[in-house]
Design a protein around this ligand. Structure first.
Ligand code: HEM
Length: 400
């Protein structure tokens, strides 16, 4: 950022901001809520009407909006325009309450805990495959681990893993030239999960789809399209987010060799490193709401129907909530960050993401006396404003 030019709210949608959002957040926070052009009209993306939004950048405002789901609705007026509607995360009560209860029943901590030994094996076999020397840890580790975990949770057979990854990539792609391919992949995925739900209804297995098919609260069950919507949500919500948490954490540690040594000697610090990474480099930077009534936040008069962007990553760097927010410190109150949101939409996968991070960090610490960067540059992703992370993170790994 050029220090002499004034920062404008429109910079929130600049690609350079996606890679390094903090200078913009800090410059705009005092003016928050800021009004900005969130999605410009574009024939390429099919958005005919530009979308303006209020950006919330202060911790207190973000917290308040997340807690007040009556005023800040998660329903997306444009949902369904680019593929199947995403359930749960874009639902309000009472539908959200019903779905969350059914899904909570299927997505239990016990189910996650039972997966831990297997996740540890996957982590170790990925590291065995890498061996020693320079490698891009994103391609070799932080992408495959979460994809394999979600596939296994859902009960997708190992041999279908590559197809699953292709669907996941296609669904997340916003490149307009690939829209046809995307649609084809989505159709394939819809029919696959539809067949799986039918098969699990006929004969259950030890997997999440069976749990979803069987979930029953007072005679209420999930319908097929809800099961499908939930599978798609897991693809989106569970993969890239966790990939970015793992990459961001390793990147932080690449810059802090002393902390690496400390961690090798004292594993009780592992949890603090994960929580501080979630705050300091939040994998989910922004998500959206719609105001259901006129409401004032600070000096802003937000009108009924206005779009509101929640900047989780800006809240987590707010000096009013976290003194010296740009310092990575383990002596903070580590659970006040909002990296997983708060309120009724609090991340369902938080225990799973934390488990994957813990298993990863311990597996790396067990093997590598030090972590260092390879000659090739680390590359931040700039394709999506929603997530913060690396598309490439070359490291040198030398097992002891
Ligand atoms: C580090 C990794 C992750 C981060 C940072 C993250 C972040 C978030 C955030 C911020 C929300 C709140 C959305 C809102 O306020 O509207 C959320 C919701 C959600 N997350 Fe995650 N997530 C992560 C991993 C996962 C994983 C691994 C899964 C599943 C396997 C998952 C499943 C979900 C679901 C289903 C919701 C919607 C909950 C609801 O609407 O009631 N997430 N996540």
């Amino acid at each position: 950022m050029d220090a002499t030019s004034p920062v404008t709210a429109d910079q929130l949608v600049a690609r350079t901001t996606f890679a390094d959002p903090y200078p913009i957040y800090h410059a705009l926070r005092d003016r928050s809520p800021v009004h900005y052009l969130s999605i410009p009209a574009s024939t390429a993306t099919g958005t005919t009407v530009p979308v303006w939004a209020w950006g919330l950048l202060k911790y207190d405002d973000v917290y308040r909006a997340l807690r007040d789901h009556d005023t800040f609705s998660s329903e997306d007026p444009r949902a369904g325009q680019f593929g199947p509607k995403i359930v749960l995360i874009q639902d309000d009560p009472p539908r959200h309450t019903r779905l969350r209860r059914l899904v909570n029943k299927a997505f239990t901590p016990k189910r996650i805990e039972a997966l831990e030994p297997w996740m540890t094996d996957v982590a170790n076999s990925l590291l065995d495959e890498i061996g020693r020397g320079a490698t891009d840890i994103v391609a070799a580790y932080t992408v495959p681990l979460p994809v394999k975990v979600i596939a296994r949770l859902l009960g997708i057979p190992g041999e279908d893993y590559a197809t699953f990854k292709r669907w996941s990539d296609a669904f997340l792609s916003t490149v307009s030239s690939q829209m046809h391919e995307r649609l084809q992949n989505v159709q394939e995925m819809v029919s696959y999960f539809g067949q799986m739900a039918t098969a699990r209804r006929a004969q259950g297995a030890e997997d999440l789809i069976t749990a979803l098919v069987e979930a029953d609260i007072d005679g209420e069950r999930l319908q097929d399209w809800e099961i499908l919507g939930f599978c798609i949500l897991l693809l989106i919500a569970g993969n890239e987010t966790t990939t970015n948490l793992l990459g961001n954490m390793l990147n932080v540690l690449l810059d802090r060799p002393l902390l690496w040594q400390q961690l090798r000697e004292d594993r009780s610090l592992v949890e603090a490193v994960i929580e501080e990474t979630l705050r300091y480099e939040s994998p989910v930077q922004r998500l959206f709401r719609t105001a259901t009534r006129d409401v004032e936040i600070g000096a802003a008069k937000i009108a009924k129907g206005d779009r509101v962007t929640i900047f989780y990553g800006a809240a987590n760097r707010d000096p009013a909530a976290f003194p010296h927010p740009d310092e990575f410190r383990l002596d903070r109150d580590l659970r006040t960050h909002v990296a997983f949101g708060t309120g009724i939409h609090y991340c369902l996968g938080a225990p799973l993401a934390r488990a994957e991070a813990r298993i990863t960090l311990n597996a790396f610490l067990d093997r590598f006396p030090a972590l260092s960067r390879a000659a090739a540059p680390a590359v931040r992703q700039t394709a999506s404003p929603i997530v913060l992370g690396f598309s490439q993170l070359p490291v040198v790994l030398n097992p002891q």
